[in-house]
Write a protein that binds this ligand. Structure first.
Ligand SMILES: Nc1nc2c(ncn2[C@@H]2O[C@H](COP(=O)(O)OP(=O)(O)OP(=O)(O)O)[C@@H](O)[C@H]2O)c(=O)[nH]1
Ligand SMILES: [Mg+2]
Length: 165
């Protein structure tokens, strides 16, 4: 069971669409409240909460992260103006006592866009090195080209262009 959170328009629903059906669609509408999706991968069934990122929905993140096996935090790595807000919301969420120890995966999405932040930049901007007491990893990804250039990955994983740290 996973919960996918992050600021609006970072690409959470796109991520869930890509791992769920291998479908990249340009026309995604902003999520209202949340979407729930079950994705079967071989023997594993993922239950995914795709939670809305607009400010009025952020107070719901904690509820949907409660009891999950991992939190996926998606950030638009091409929108550095939003890094401070993303850092604030991430650390606010992780500070909730009921989320202690829950593993965190940070996806720096939209690395197809020129000038996107690298994994190193994201670690600094989001202060990922300050997070304690849980496994943390950060990858640079894109959802956009998965069907165009990487058809064979379409029903497995998003494109990983940088090594995990
Ligand atoms: N260039 C580029 N655009 C992307 C990528 N992933 C998603 N997008 C676009 O980013 C916009 C927002 O994507 P969504 O998946 O709706 O974002 P979200 O995080 O679910 O947004 P909320 O539901 O409002 O919280 C859409 O126009 C997507 O097409 C990517 O890897 N590269
Ligand atoms: Mg969405």
């Amino acid at each position: 069971e996973l919960s996918v959170v992050g600021l609006q328009a970072s690409g959470k629903t796109s991520f869930v669409n890509v791992i769920g059906s291998g479908q990249w669609s340009e026309d995604v509408v902003p999520t209202v409240a949340f979407n729930y999706r079950k994705v079967r991968k071989g023997n594993v069934t993922l239950k995914i909460w795709d939670v809305a990122g607009q400010p009025k929905f952020r107070s719901m993140w904690e509820r949907y992260c409660n009891g999950v096996d991992a939190i996926v935090f998606v950030v638009d790595s091409a929108d550095s103006d939003q890094f401070d807000t993303a850092r604030f919301e991430l650390h606010q969420l992780l500070g909730q006592p009921n989320l202690t120890g829950v593993p965190l995966l940070v996806l720096g999405n939209k690395n197809d866009v020129d000038g996107h932040a690298s994994v190193k930049d994201l670690i600094r901007a989001l202060q990922l090195d300050k997070i304690q007491g849980r496994p943390v990893s950060c990858y640079s990804v894109r959802m956009v080209t998965i069907l165009i250039h990487n058809k064979q990955y379409a029903d497995s994983y998003p494109v990983l262009n940088e090594e995990p740290t």
